[in-house]
Ligand binder design. Structure first.
Ligand code: ADP
Ligand code: ASP
Ligand code: MG
Length: 835
């Protein structure tokens, strides 16, 4: 009590992304400890992914699938238990904590059983079930604080936060919360309160809606009279746009409370929509701060007005919207149509986010969430039954698949021409605006566009207002990139030390994760070169990563999900496997990772998948780079792009894009036996894991297909004429048997080489790629041609273009082997890291 009046506490809220494991919680504890002895209140979210898992399980259990809930309960129990044991030393306190965790999940399993029988779940039960996520992370946090010598106590949210009891989306009751918070939190030093939860009128736990921990923090700030709230998140601050969509989003140093509230309400995922309501008139500074960099102040949200040269400060978009239109001549001048329209929608409990009425009063148009569109339409049809019958109203139209783009800034009202700038930027980009509205506060401008165009629309408007220069253009991402290697074979092991060694001014690359088919090793702080060397050596000896120190078993999808739960900086996933990883890559792009490929499979299996992958990259504003898939370290795709950017047109790319086959034919030309030449190539690490992928021409065909798709070839791998060099009957042998039988093919090959020589030529394996067709096969080339001069693993690519017609552009150089391939990948990684 004394404290609430005397010196108000600093409220710290830690988001789920920050609390992904014991290391995350330990880091958060350090932040709180560093703020001592000032009074503090800690609010925590559930550990990352826990709320999603619990909600998913609840839904499944209600459909009768209780098994899933049981499995999840086991995994969650282990995850919390593991964190407890890492954070709290052995003893009575740890035993008590593990007891609480075990009881929470034992009860969950019991509940699962019940739900499996009833096949029904109420919002009340869902809230009760989900609440354990926050309750357990708060228990863990309080115990960890104490273990670090900071007296603390867990305080349950239902003893503090009073609400109206609307399960799943409760609203706080300010008066009730003032009384209980002062009474309960006053006497406690550093209380830890679970976020997202409150008590309904009957004392039952009710949640505040997704992301509700933000609201808990600001509510407590209001009732305790706090001057400072730190919301610790996985971003460097409030950004000019969602960084997953607009890659050059920047930190806004300061925004007005009203601007931030507007953004949160209109879809910016960084804050709960109602989180600023309790403090909108208060003299409080709320900071969105980067968990990864506690010294940074992030973004201040307060009542100050700064950055007035930026009439627009940020953008967001609400996805999955529908537009309902009521049209009819009978609406003209008839009073009350608009009122009845909104009453009908309101009656269904549907919230309307944008309204426009043409001045002719011929139509009323408004947007609602897509999933409510049909319900809204039916309700309107009922309301206007008579008018429709009399043809005064033509009908109710619902158009789905839309998004609302929201442009926010206090300066919009005072600066003329803002709307015009938005419209012309969109028009120049060929993006059609379907409807628009300006909020009466003139704090925001909302525009409805096709959902598929929304990401591009955000990037275009972001650029039109030069938002990447705000705050001096301080980059959203410090010059650091976290790299995850998918695959830790020969190329991966050559690449890892190269990445670890990169030393550039203002750029650090960290390898934070290694994934193989057994599982992963992960360290959010990045592996040291020594650790990487040790991991590489063990893996080379055949030890799977799951067995390495700190390793864990996981499928690739689980590994990416695990990695994505951490607050990584500008994350880059490098695929150096040879599998079809399309799904994993799509997940990674969705989680905000850039992707670099050395693996050809995901971009050559099927055109639809390839297009989907590129669309996923586009949607999430991430990049997909694949230079190393074609010429290893040679700049082939880069050259193609530079030609096209400068206005040239590439008609044909011809070449020998196989280092392995190049080496093989070089050796054969020098008189080596086929078996010896191939064994030599394998020893040097040139071929794919199964050398028949090279001999069959499939590897060349895949490279040709990648080039073909650049030129606009629309076919599939099957549409390419490929001549295989795998001897008849050898396709079906096991790899070992095949390798043991090589000598029996020596004589045939010697004959082929001799025949070519008799004609004055040499053998080469060549691809010819145009927009229309791709051909891949063995040819005899004249000894005087550039192709004949290829040496060792040299690749060659010959570009015939509008400008390079008579004298084509030729790129020649080593095109296989772990070192050069890793070099090509590194170039792509550096591009993404902004070097
Ligand atoms: P918490 O861990 O506190 O729950 P959230 O996940 O709710 O944090 O919010 C942070 C996320 O919000 C970021 O990872 C980011 O992708 C997303 N985001 C969307 N719009 C913005 C924006 N304008 N500024 C910052 N982050 C944004
Ligand atoms: N754990 C809840 C959620 O995921 C609340 C929060 O994190 O703020 O929505
Ligand atoms: Mg959140």
């Amino acid at each position: 009590m004394a404290r609430a009046r005397g010196s108000p506490p600093h409220i710290h809220k830690f988001g789920g992304a920050s609390l992904s494991d014991a290391a995350g919680i330990a880091h958060a504890v350090k932040i709180v400890v560093a703020h001592r002895p000032a009074p503090q209140v800690v609010v925590v979210s559930a550990m990352s992914g826990v709320t999603d898992t619990l909600l998913d399980c609840a839904a499944r259990a209600s459909r009768g699938d209780a098994a899933q809930l049981r499995t999840a309960a086991k995994a969650l129990r282990a995850r919390h238990g593991e964190a407890a044991r890492a954070l709290v030393p052995r003893g009575a306190r740890l035993d008590e904590l593990v007891g609480i965790i075990d009881a929470a999940f034992a009860e969950l399993e019991q509940l699962a059983g019940g739900l499996g029988i009833l096949r029904e779940i109420t919002p009340r039960t869902i809230d009760y079930l989900v609440a354990r996520g926050e309750r357990l992370s708060a228990q863990l946090f309080a115990a960890a604080l104490e273990a670090n010598g900071c007296p603390s106590a867990y305080v349950d949210a239902t003893d503090v936060v009073q609400t109206d009891g609307t399960f799943g989306n409760a609203s706080p009751d300010l008066g009730g919360t003032v009384r209980s918070a002062r009474r309960v939190l006053g006497p406690v030093l550093a209380p830890v309160v679970p976020g997202f939860l409150g008590a309904g009128p009957d004392g039952q736990v009710a949640t505040l809606g997704r992301g509700g921990s933000d609201l808990t923090a600001t509510l407590l700030a209001r009732v305790l009279g706090a001057r400072e709230v730190s919301l610790w998140k996985d971003v460097p601050g409030l950004l000019t746009a969602d960084p997953r969509i607009v890659p050059d989003a920047r930190v806004v140093p300061q925004v007005h409370l009203r601007e931030a509230a507007e953004l949160a309400y209109y879809g910016a995922k960084v804050l709960h929509p109602r989180s600023l309501v309790p403090v909108i008139k208060q003299n409080v500074a709320i900071r969105i701060r980067p968990f990864a960099d506690p010294a940074s102040l992030g973004t201040e949200i307060s009542r100050r007005r700064t950055l007035e040269q930026y009439p627009v400060k940020a953008l967001s978009a609400i996805p999955r919207q529908a537009l309902l239109t009521v049209t009819g001549s009978g609406m003209l001048g008839v009073p009350g149509i608009a009122a009845r329209t909104f009453a009908a929608v309101h009656h269904e409990g549907i919230s309307v986010s944008l309204i426009t009425q043409a001045s002719s009063e011929h139509s009323i148009c408004f947007s609602v969430p897509e999933e409510s569109a049909q319900r809204a339409r039916r309700s309107l049809e009922e309301t206007f039954q008579r008018e429709i019958a009399r043809q005064e109203i033509d009908g109710i139209e619902a158009r789905t698949g839309l998004a609302t783009l929201v442009v926010v800034g206090l300066g919009m009202a005072e600066t003329p021409g803002i709307a015009a700038r938005v419209f012309s930027a969109l028009a120049e980009a060929g993006i059609n605006v379907i409807a628009t509205a300006q909020g009466s506060s003139e704090l925001n401008l909302s525009l409805v566009v096709d959902g598929k165009e929304a990401p591009r629309a955000q990037r275009v408007v972001h650029a039109a207002f030069q938002l990447s220069k705000i705050g001096g253009g301080a980059v959203a991402h410090p010059e650091r990139s976290d790299v995850v290697l998918l695959g830790f074979g020969q190329i991966g092991r050559a690449l890892a030390p190269m990445i670890a060694k990169v030393k550039r001014e203002a750029l650090t690359l960290h390898i934070v994760g290694l994934i193989d088919s057994s599982g992963l090793v992960f360290d959010a702080d990045g592996f040291s070169p020594r650790r990487l060397a040790a991991l590489g050596a063990a893996k080379a000896k055949g030890a799977p990563l799951a067995k390495a120190a700190g390793g864990r078993r996981a499928s690739a999808a689980e590994a990416i999900a695990f990695v994505a739960r951490h607050a990584l900086t500008n994350p880059i996933l490098v695929d150096v496997t040879a599998d079809d990883t399309t799904e994993t890559l799509t997940t990674a792009l969705g989680a905000g990772m850039h992707v670099v490929l050395a693996n050809k499979r995901p971009v050559t299996t099927d055109k639809r998948k390839y297009d989907a992958l590129r669309a996923a990259a586009q949607t999430h504003g991430r990049r997909l780079l694949l230079e190393a898939t074609v010429g290893a370290g040679l700049p082939i795709i880069d050259t193609y792009q530079k030609l096209v950017e400068s206005g040239d047109r590439v008609a044909k790319i011809e070449g020998c894009p196989s280092g392995t086959l190049g080496y093989l034919f070089g050796e054969l030309g020098r008189g080596a036996a086929f078996s010896a030449a191939l064994t030599g190539a394998i020893a040097k690490g040139y071929p794919e894991p199964d050398p028949r992928d090279d001999l069959s021409g499939m590897d060349v065909a895949r490279k040709a297909l990648i080039l073909g798709r650049l030129l606009g070839f629309t076919g599939e791998l099957e549409d390419i004429a490929v001549e295989s060099l795998v001897p008849d009957g050898a396709e079906r042998l096991g790899l070992d048997r095949f390798l043991a039988s090589l000598e029996q093919f020596d004589a045939t090959w010697a004959k082929r080489v001799a025949a070519a020589r008799a004609r004055g030529g040499v053998l080469r394996y060549r691809a010819i790629v145009t927009r229309k067709s791709i051909r891949v096969g063995l040819v005899v080339v004249e000894a005087s041609s550039p192709m004949a001069s290829l040496n060792g693993t040299d690749n060659q690519f010959i570009f015939t273009t509008m400008r390079y017609k008579k004298n084509p552009l030729v790129i020649t150089g080593p095109g296989a082997g772990p070192a050069v391939t890793a070099g090509g990948i590194l170039n792509d990684v550096l591009k993404l890291a902004g070097a």
